[in-house]
Design a protein. Sequence first.
Length: 234
Amino acid sequence: MKALVIPDVHLKPYMFKEAAEWMRKGVAERAVCLMDIPDDWNREYDIELYAQTFDAAISFAKEFPDTLWCYGNHDLCYLWNERESGYSRAAAYTVRNKLEELKEALPAGNQIRYIQRIDDVLFCHGGILQAFVEENVKNTDSVDQTIAEINTMGPEQLWCSASPIWYRPQYHQETMYEEDSLLQVVGHTPVEKIYRSTNVISCDVFSTYRDGHPIGTQKYPVIDTVEKILWKEV
């Protein structure tokens, strides 16, 4: 299967418009969004932009209902009452309500999760450490059971630097979960280009510097989930 990945959004509603155009052109069979939908530099009081971005996400979810969604730290900080850089008290009510609207727009059984799986490819916001699994997961008999258990966790386990929400494999050389058999596709850490290291593809290429200039290439990766490769960038 070919999966189009929508990296960290951060108040860029045009990303959903562009992704929809690629999907209509048939470049992929389904999409995966790594979320971090709210928050960006100096936008704490632009409530209209928060609402506009979430509305674009909701419209995309309705047009492409089998899209998979992965919570990011900037989404969860509003649900868990945690503080994050860029957190907007002014937009908190809007974010929580719009996240509920997004969840309600998804078909039964397609929940927003921390980790999503297609074939032997795992999609999550940060990255899944082998050590995190060994220390926090009780049922590791299979990949699906491991993922299912992590997807039931709350802030007590996940609001930490080693969790799949927060971990940054781009900066560390620790062993990733099932390195020899699974591919991970992650966002969270701004990078200049989409690239692969060990079993991790990093793709947060839409984030910007404080002055608004882009850090990365602003391309969408298309993942071949059977071959476990970056098939193309669009």
